[in-house]
Write a protein that binds this ligand. Structure first.
Ligand code: PEP
Length: 249
């Protein structure tokens, strides 16, 4: 299975011109990596232009509303995203949860993305670093709530991103050893829900202050199937290095 590297540009860059520059460079980096699938998730406003520029990278979105169409001013649906070429949608990112996305909202978004045949990247992660419990109850709840009732035939489009909230955008990553433990516990939880065959096919990624220095360690020692990269994905040199290092593992 190819490793998956998803670039979450968040609410960046500030201009269309810069978005074009980053896209061209990151698509070039993607084209040199045979063992890695690269996904660019720009802000909604740049999606269509990014899609016209990419040749190798895949297009992703940072969120999707759960209704298909209608009166939801300011929202964007999975149907609309699909119609312009989006293949992956991040749901339940901690920065969206902080803006009010509850587990119930995440569940509806997750379901709508999968129902359109798109890949849904479900972000889960504990808020605090407290490690008195091996598997934080909040992570179990986030997983259970989103995945409950999802039809088995849609599970092939599910990606889980383990993103401890305290590590996202802080420059303080989790250790590869703890990422290994948490990704194992997440896989065990998926196994309990869906059995071995299906759960072993669901990629589990790590995200949280990944950079060009630690990326390879998360994949080789943390044993994850890929990375969700925020801040470092806006620096095309760092991002190229992350892709290369993971590709060369
Ligand atoms: C993210 O946006 O999902 C993320 C992990 O951000 P950062 O890499 O900046 O911590």
């Amino acid at each position: 299975m190819k490793k998956l590297i998803i670039a979450n540009w968040k609410m960046n860059p500030g201009s269309f011109r810069e978005a074009v520059r980053i896209t061209k460079e990151e698509d070039k980096s993607a084209s040199t990596a045979r063992n890695v699938e690269v996904v660019l998730t720009p802000p909604f406003v740049f999606l269509d232009s990014v899609n016209r520029l990419i040749e190798k990278a895949k297009l992703g979105a940072q969120d999707a509303f759960w209704e298909r169409a209608g009166k939801s001013t300011g929202e964007i649906s999975a149907v609309q995203l699909k119609s312009i070429g989006v293949k992956y949608v991040i749901v339940g990112h901690s920065e969206r949860r902080a803006l009010g996305d509850t587990n119930e909202i995440v569940r509806k978004k997750f379901k709508s993305v999968l129902s359109e045949g798109l890949c849904a990247v479900l972000c889960v992660g504990e808020k605090d670093r407290a490690k008195e419990v091996a598997f934080p109850p909040s992570v179990r709840e986030e997983l259970g709530s989103a995945l409950k009732g999802i039809s088995r035939k849609l599970l092939g489009k599910v990606v889980i991103a383990y993103e401890p909230v305290w590590a996202v955008g802080t420059g303080k990553p989790e250790s590869p050893q703890n990422v290994f433990e948490m990704s194992t516990l997440i896989r065990r939880e998926l196994f309990g829900m869906f059995g071995k065959k299906i759960s072993s096919q669901i990629p589990v990624l790590y995200g949280g202050s990944v950079d060009e220095k630690n990326a390879a360690d998360f994949v080789s020692h943390g044993r994850v199937d890929g990375l969700l990269v925020g801040g470092a994905s806006l620096n095309t040199v760092k991002f190229a290095s992350i892709i290369k290092k993971v590709n060369d593992i």
